[in-house]
Design a protein around this ligand. Structure first.
Ligand SMILES: Cc1cc2nc3c(=O)[nH]c(=O)nc-3n(C[C@H](O)[C@H](O)[C@H](O)COP(=O)(O)OP(=O)(O)OC[C@H]3O[C@@H](n4cnc5c(N)ncnc54)[C@H](O)[C@@H]3O)c2cc1C
Length: 385
């Protein structure tokens, strides 16, 4: 069967792929989104959207907001190290099936095509004239995008070298009994000291809670038990668990990575760029989509090399995750140092970290704050007070 040729085929209708489809379709390009699942599909994710992520969306997602949290809490070994209620919403809570379906609908409304329930298999051909084999036959495209998440198959078939480490996370959707749901409303908790080399979270949704733990330990066979213990500690041991899912989160992308080439590129988790401290990936998914759309348009309209994307990514998010990685290494590898520091100076460090969430501070600046002379002076002032 002869199929129409597309300007760009995007594999994966998650956050990164859907936003990229929206941007490219809006620029008048012929775009096909290929998704192996039928939408809406469950995705293991806390669904916490920081202000810096939300600000990258060019349209409202109000219909899918489950809660707008105003209170941020950071706990170390069960004790509150930072708690602040903001006069504005901090992290907006969503369920990913509904968010991603909304993003895809926005892309379709702008003219993108969706082929769901279809799996990408392989790609062949010269850059600009790629043949893309799927479970529904062969499609042709001038550009191919891997928005297919961690362990991207597209990256492999484009011949891109994208290496990174992965953390293990487990997400539970739980329905607590009585007034427990109310107790967690409008606030989010990050709990350190509940799992080695990681943390636990409870995020409020409209009718339930999303709770989970993540760890950077290479072997995480006991993570299910650790989640169970965490839920008990939070008073949620008796809550009904409706969904429980394990999923890897990529982090620490290698310096030698190539994110674009041979007529295609990768976005979102497929790049390995995720916040190595919190596992926040939606900001990175949206930002990579934004950078990719500019590079793809230049490639298709002016034959500019796609390597421009590679460079843009390194200079922006690459730098961001490198500095965040240094902080994450201290936090998770040296808990005997970092947890007491967090307990003592959590109010200052927590407040600064919230500025990163808001996009008012980046990780290089937070790094300087924590280890630079000004940061140390601030911390010492507190010691003296
Ligand atoms: C437990 C957990 C909690 C998290 N919590 C948060 C949070 O609170 N906030 C936050 O910002 N980030 C969070 N993250 C990270 C966030 O979920 C990811 O960074 C984000 O989903 C990345 O989006 P993406 O579009 O790159 O990939 P994905 O959302 O993974 O989408 C990839 C899509 O590609 C499709 N696909 C894969 N292979 C193929 C194929 N061969 N053919 C066709 N389709 C294919 C998949 O079905 C999927 O729909 C969390 C992650 C986990 C695991």
């Amino acid at each position: 069967m002869t199929r129409p040729e597309y300007d760009t085929i995007i594999v994966g209708a998650g956050a990164a792929g859907a936003l990229l489809a929206y941007e490219l379709a809006g620029a008048g390009l012929k775009v096909l989104l290929v998704e192996k699942k039928r939408l809406p599909r469950y995705k293991a994710c806390g669904g916490g959207l920081t202000p810096r992520a939300l600000n990258l969306l060019p349209f409202s997602i109000q219909p899918v907001i489950e809660d707008a949290t105003t209170t941020a809490r950071l706990l170390v070994n069960g004790r509150i190290a930072f708690e602040r209620t903001y006069p504005r919403p901090m992290v907006h809570m969503v369920m990913r099936d509904r968010l991603d379906a909304l993003l895809v609908q926005q892309a379709i409304d702008r003219g993108a095509h969706l082929a769901e329930g279809i799996r990408f298999l392989k790609a062949a051909g010269p850059p600009g004239r790629l043949e893309i084999e799927t479970t529904a036959g062969i499609f042709r495209a001038r550009c191919l995008v891997g928005a297919d998440g961690v362990h991207s198959r597209v990256a492999r078939h484009l011949g891109l070298k994208v290496g990174y480490r992965t953390m293990t996370a487990v997400e539970a959707e739980i329905v607590p009994s009585g007034d427990l749901l109310e107790r967690f409303r409008h606030r989010f908790d990050f709990d350190f000291g509940v799992i080695a080399q990681g943390y636990g979270w409870v995020f409020p949704k409209r009718h339930h809670l999303s709770a989970g733990v993540l760890t950077r330990r290479p072997k995480a066979r006991t993570i299910g038990r650790e989640l169970h213990r965490y839920l008990q500690r939070k008073g949620l041991g008796a809550a009904r668990v409706t969904t429980l899912k394990l999923h890897p989160i990529p982090y620490a992308p290698r310096a030698t990575n190539t994110y674009a080439g041979n007529g295609g590129l990768v976005v979102g988790d497929a790049t390995g760029m995720v916040d190595p401290i919190t596992g926040e990936g939606l900001y990175y998914a949206f930002r990579t989509a934004q950078l990719a759309q500019a590079a793809i348009r230049a490639f298709l309209e002016h034959h500019t090399a796609l390597s421009a994307y590679d460079q843009a990514l390194r200079q922006t998010l690459g730098r961001e995750v490198r500095y965040a990685g240094l902080l994450a290494a201290v936090l998770y590898r040296l808990p005997l140092l970092s947890y007491p520091l967090l307990s003592r100076f959590g109010d200052r460090i927590g407040a600064k970290h919230m500025e990163v969430f808001e996009g008012r501070l980046d990780y290089p600046a937070l790094f300087r704050y924590v280890v630079g002379p000004r940061g140390i002076r601030h911390l010492l002032t507190k010691t003296g007070s």
